[in-house]
Design a protein around this ligand. Structure first.
Ligand SMILES: Cc1cc2nc3c(=O)[nH]c(=O)nc-3n(C[C@H](O)[C@H](O)[C@H](O)COP(=O)(O)OP(=O)(O)OC[C@H]3O[C@@H](n4cnc5c(N)ncnc54)[C@H](O)[C@@H]3O)c2cc1C
Length: 288
């Protein structure tokens, strides 16, 4: 296998175009290297993008948050702009593996691996993530929902590089968060993970709901039936409303998640209840 270290996006897309399906991008390597060592992947060329300047930034671009593909989980978990605008992403990044993994694992790698249980994906979905992909023939933008195409499958072409992710920040009367259930309470992949964003009108009516889950099907996805069940209810209403939404979420677990689908269905209502109460409490505490 050849190893090729690139120093710019232009060099990276040149190499991708040269090698096509024989090339594979290496970012933090926390997915690529274990897959290689297990014999699951053996690309002819590894294209190491970890030294590219300009893919590791977090910035505000006209009110939208832009995150470079090489930003690590550790950085996401500790950056104040992310904690303020995207707490669910901050919490999801902090839930990825252990500290050692978080210091090298990148957001771009988590997105492009597209594991059914990838922690950052629900948090990105509730922020309506838009991806910028670049290749020798130019750039294109695609929503994360359209990018994900099943477990380990995406709309990324072999000649494309994920450059950045743009996110819609949390509003003023809003709260969001991420929680996961895993076999162990630390350093483990999610059995199921949930991200929730709530917007509340001055009247106390919930006028915006975004719910996304990972581990419930082949890909992380928004759960529109659960969103509809919560939309229009009052924040102070009977907490039974959360139970109804939890049941809708449990119903949304696809058969693809078998053999643990039953378990996922059982834990989802409780997980949602905890998350929804936390978000509701934050909004009430902020005087919304
Ligand atoms: C011990 C351990 C624990 C883990 N725990 C968790 C966990 O709890 N939750 C979780 O979600 N994940 C977990 N993971 C998985 C992993 O850390 C993440 O998926 C990580 O974010 C991948 O990023 P990376 O930079 O290491 O990607 P790499 O391994 O370098 O690449 C991953 C894939 O993405 C492609 N790629 C990377 N960057 C780009 C780009 N910019 N453009 C196009 N393609 C690109 C690569 O070609 C490859 O196919 C764990 C991994 C390990 C080893």
């Amino acid at each position: 296998m050849r190893f090729c270290r690139v120093r710019s996006v232009a060099e990276a897309v040149d190499e991708l175009s040269r090698w096509g399906t024989e090339g594979r991008i290496l970012a933090g390597g926390t997915d690529v290297m274990p897959q290689y060592l297990r014999g699951e992947q053996s690309p002819a060329v590894l294209i190491d993008i970890s030294g590219i300047d300009g893919l590791g930034g977090i910035s505000d671009v006209g009110g939208v948050t832009s995150i470079g593909a090489l930003v690590t989980m550790r950085r996401l978990a500790t950056a104040s702009l992310i904690a303020l605008r995207h707490p669910a992403l901050s919490q999801a990044a902090a839930a990825v593996g252990a500290w050692q993994t978080q210091t090298v694992a990148t957001l771009g790698g988590n997105i492009c691996t597209a594991a059914a249980t990838a922690d950052t994906l629900p948090a990105l979905l509730i922020a309506d993530a838009q991806l910028t992909l670049v290749s020798k023939s130019g750039r294109r933008r695609i929503g994360l929902e359209d990018f994900l195409a099943g477990s380990g499958a995406t709309a990324l072409r072999p000649t494309e590089l994920l450059r950045a992710v743009e996110l819609e920040p949390l509003g003023e009367r809003s709260s969001e968060g991420y929680l996961k259930v895993a076999r162990r309470s630390a350093m483990d992949l999610a059995v199921v993970g949930l991200a929730l964003r709530l917007d509340v009108a001055p009247s106390g009516v919930i006028d915006g709901v975004r719910i996304a889950m990972c581990g419930g099907d082949q890909s992380a996805h928004r759960v529109s039936a659960a969103e509809s069940a919560l939309l229009g209810t009052r924040l102070s209403d009977d907490p039974g409303a959360f139970g109804e939404v939890g049941a809708v979420l449990a119903d949304a677990v696809g058969s693809a998640a078998l053999p643990e689908a039953q378990y996922r269905r059982r834990v989802l209502p409780g997980l949602f209840d905890r998350l929804a109460r936390r978000c509701a409490g934050e909004i009430a505490g902020a005087g919304a």
